[in-house]
Design a binder for this molecule. Structure first.
Ligand code: NAP
Length: 258
């Protein structure tokens, strides 16, 4: 029997978790899967295969890891806003010759009744306040909250995945939640807190899209942070396409059922 091939998935997303499970199901023991997490959150849903946590120390560190672990393929399935690790992956793969695929969820599409204000950064979003809204639902994670710290006369509701490890830089109410979210939940949050503006990243995908429908139904505007530019290269939008790419790159068929 040929030695198993090795796949590294850069994760931290639902898509990465789905991919790890799908790779196990499709290729079985012929492909060993390791998922890498930055380690930002304390709790994660179970992930098929091996899981490692923490940064690599930049492109040179990741290149060393690829060589040491004899990785045959790398799939970057990180969040569309995780631009640094994607650039790192691109550089490390160029230096080592390891084939790289990006699995990136599709962007959201603006509907006819959507009132979106598209901005390039959290600072640009903050500059719209308080004119654009006085009761603001912030769903942009913790890292970019600094931009809103000095704004006065605005109520902020911040949604985070876990309780913040350090104090937040702004006065706000915090709610905890991990997607997927339902339309009913999002509609009720908007009503309960009398929200008049939603600020979100253009993350895309289905798991967190309900807030957009809820904002539309409530007739409120959405400030949408545009995706950062990411390293170019081969990119797919679905787990199935990623499996096909793997099969071709590694010249592997599906594992026989056990
Ligand atoms: P980032 O700004 O692109 O990366 C910052 C640093 O964190 C990287 O330089 C790298 O450290 C380390 N890192 C990031 N992702 C890693 C991974 N999967 N495995 C190992 N190290 C990783 O990333 P971020 O925006 O902080 O996101 C961190 C993680 O959270 C990612 O896995 C991403 O998929 C997930 N996430 C991010 C967002 C978001 O909005 N940004 C939302 C949901 C989930 P070294 O330079 O030391 O290698």
């Amino acid at each position: 029997m040929p030695a198993p091939k090795r796949l590294l998935i850069l994760g931290g997303t639902g898509e990465a978790r789905q991919l790890a499970a799908a790779v196990r199901a499709r290729f079985g023991d012929a492909l060993l899967v390791t998922t890498s997490l930055a380690g930002r959150t304390q709790t994660t849903a179970p992930i098929a295969g091996t899981v490692r946590r923490g940064g690599f120390g930049g492109a040179a560190g990741l290149a060393n890891f690829l060589r040491a672990e004899r990785i045959d393929c790398l799939i970057d399935a990180t969040h569309p806003f995780a631009a640094r690790i994607s650039a790192t992956a691109s550089e490390a793969c160029r230096d080592t010759g390891v084939p790289l695929l990006a699995l990136t969820r599709p962007s959201w599409e603006r509907g006819e009744d959507d009132r979106w204000i598209v901005v390039a950064s959290a600072a640009e979003a903050a500059a719209l306040l308080p004119r654009a809204g006085q009761r603001v639902f912030l769903t942009i994670g913790q890292r970019d909250l600094d931009a809103f710290a000095t704004i006065e006369g605005v109520y902020f509701l911040v949604r985070l995945i876990e309780p913040p490890a350090t104090p937040l830089p702004l006065a706000c109410d915090v709610i905890l939640g991990r997607g997927p979210f339902t339309f009913a939940d999002e509609r009720s949050i908007i009503a309960r807190h009398a929200i008049d503006l939603l600020v979100t990243k253009e993350s895309g995908g289905a798991a967190t899209a309900a807030k957009l429908a809820a904002a539309r139904a409530a007739g409120i505007a959405v400030v949408m942070l545009r995706r950062p530019d990411r390293a170019s290269g081969t990119c797919v939008e679905s787990v199935e396409e990623a499996l096909q790419w793997l099969g071709q790159r590694l010249a592997m068929g599906a594992a026989s059922p056990r």
